[in-house]
Design a protein around this ligand. Structure first.
Ligand SMILES: O=C(O)CCC(=O)C(=O)O
Length: 256
């Protein structure tokens, strides 16, 4: 994997074109500020009802849940604004969240700016918070572009973007694993497990494993098979979104 450790107009352009595999910026958000929000993240996670999997928790209805059913899609659109408020005003309590900071930066760095994705005239969710208690993991998967909610966007690439608010102690799991595997979306669907993603046992050893530190930012092409290794001790919390890359003359769109 070829990655850069800085987010700037050049590296963003290279990632969008597929000339870089990842951008991994250490300390994008300051660790003490990450630490400060964690009790509020835990409280909000305990209250939330995430329906896709018990492998991790989520604040906000994700695009994964929206893709499961028409009711899921309705809930996704109906709850986007309240989830955004919860993250911005309750969790980050008036301080600039790393998701908002990233959105501002992307707007400045990308030639045509960056904006929240819309479905018709409705705002999609621009960011989400996820938590993996000990035992949590995420099956290897790709994040698809060819789904009804994204159909109008004509995305050329979908970039997974995560800021690590909490990480397990080093060596205790929670790494992001990448396999040297790009599946087309039809082939992926035919290999999918009944719940979500692929069977880790069938993929062999990952090609690259990234162990981010607290506050790090990691961005990568979500069409490459990736997954989260089981957390053995401690817990792991991310603030996450996707960047949709369209034609270079079009704004980037953000959604989660
Ligand atoms: O939490 C992570 O490090 C990766 C999450 C993930 O699978 C994704 O962004 O699609």
């Amino acid at each position: 994997m070829k990655y850069a450790d800085e987010l700037n107009a050049t590296t963003l352009g290279q990632l969008a074109e597929g000339d870089l595999d990842a951008i991994w910026v250490p300390g994008f958000h300051s660790p003490p500020q990450c630490q400060e929000v964690l009790p509020r993240v835990v409280a909000a996670c305990e209250r939330s009802q995430y329906t896709l999997t018990g492998d991790f928790q989520s604040i906000g209805t994700s695009m994964g849940e929206a893709a499961e059913s028409a009711a899921g899609q309705r809930r996704y659109l109906d709850t986007a604004a309240e989830t955004l408020d919860l993250i911005r005003y309750e969790i980050f309590a008036g301080r600039l969240s790393p998701l908002d900071e990233l959105r501002l930066l992307l707007d400045e760095l990308w030639p045509a700016g960056a904006t929240v994705a819309r479905y018709g005239n409705r705002m999609m969710l621009p960011g989400i918070i996820r938590r993996w208690p000990a035992g949590g993991h995420a099956n290897p998967h790709i994040d698809q572009r060819d789904i009804p909610l994204l159909a109008g966007q004509h995305l050329r690439r979908r970039i997974g973007t995560n800021i690590y608010l909490e990480v397990p102690p080093s060596g205790s799991g929670g790494q992001v694993d990448f396999w040297a595997l790009w599946t087309d979306e039809g082939a992926y669907d035919s290999r999918r497990r009944a719940d979500y993603g692929l069977d880790r046992d069938e993929l062999g050893e990952p090609h690259w494993s990234c162990e981010p530190g607290q506050g790090d930012l990691l961005m990568f092409d979500a069409a490459r098979v990736h997954g989260v290794r089981r957390v053995d001790h401690g817990s792991r919390v991310t603030a996450a979104c996707f960047l949709g890359v369209r034609d270079p003359s079009e704004p980037l769109v953000l959604f989660a």
